[in-house]
Design a protein around this ligand. Structure first.
Ligand code: AMP
Length: 258
């Protein structure tokens, strides 16, 4: 077994970061650790899961699977699923587990998920987590799930969400304070006018935080000691959080492959 440093240019991927970073990890000669496998990002709404999922997905060339984005697409395309989900989403509640697991199962059937994928916003209940475990056991017996928990004080989350803007076309998220677009109010990637999510209104967002506490926070307990569990301080800059997650995942995969 040899020690080797793997250098990754994160500056291209993480907005605001221009330096390269070094990961010092222990790998066998010839060992491939370039794939992240299944990863899920866990955290309250507004902690930056979507932004991190975008960065990690680009870094590894694997898809980001955001259940919120898929639901919003269904709403925009006026599908039956979208009509049902829309009512729940407007109130800040959770779409029923069966609908969600069916949707994720469909998405995981696509071959682009074979080398790995980044789940953003799923699972959100213990029932969904149990379903995911079973699904991976049956369909990805060789893949170990990595769980990344992003923590931020609720007070800071609320402050952040007030400044959150998203691109309606490519779904990239910005923050007018911590992650501003280059041109005021316009997406860096496609120039579309940025919008505020309707469920980011103070009333609905308070409800979503409450639902997170009740339904999703128990997942922290569920995943402790269950798979790889990385905890990151989500209040740091988006670029520092990306580095922490990416190095944690690479070390994990390297250890598994030994
Ligand atoms: P997000 O973009 O992840 O904040 O999701 C927006 C909304 O979509 C949530 O407030 C829920 O109403 C719904 N949603 C997204 N993912 C899930 C899930 N895994 N389970 C239930 N509802 C979800």
């Amino acid at each position: 077994m040899g020690m080797s440093g793997t250098r990754i240019q994160v500056g291209e991927f993480a907005p605001g970061l221009t330096k390269s970073i070094d990961f010092s990890i222990s790998i066998k000669p010839g060992q491939q650790i370039s794939r992240p496998g299944p990863v899920l990002l866990l955290g309250a709404p507004g902690v930056g899961k979507g932004t991190q999922a975008d960065t990690l997905a680009t870094l590894w060339g694997v898809p980001k699977i955001s259940t919120g984005d898929i639901l919003r697409e269904n709403v925009a395309n006026r599908t039956e699923l979208g009509a049902q989900a829309d009512r729940v989403m407007k109130l800040g509640g959770l779409v029923p587990d069966e609908m969600m697991t069916g949707m994720v199962a469909d998405r995981l059937r696509a071959p682009d998920t074979l080398a790995g994928f980044i789940l953003d916003g799923f699972p959100r209940t213990v029932g969904q987590a149990q379903w995911l475990d079973q699904h991976l056991e049956v369909h990805r017996a060789d893949a170990r799930l990595a769980v990344v928990s992003m923590y931020m004080e609720p007070r800071r989350i609320v402050e952040r969400v007030v400044h959150r803007r998203i691109c309606p076309l490519c779904k990239t998220a910005y923050n007018t304070q911590s992650l501003p677009p280059k041109r005021l109010g316009r997406c860096d990637k496609d120039g579309a006018e940025l919008i505020q999510r309707s469920d980011d209104s103070p009333e609905v967002f308070a409800k979503r935080l409450g639902v997170f506490k009740q339904e999703t926070e128990p997942l922290l307990e569920y995943y402790h000691g269950h798979s790889l569990f990385i905890e990151v301080d989500a209040a740091k800059s988006p670029a520092s959080v990306s580095i922490e997650i990416a190095s944690g995942l690479m070390n994990f995969r390297a250890r598994l492959a030994q």
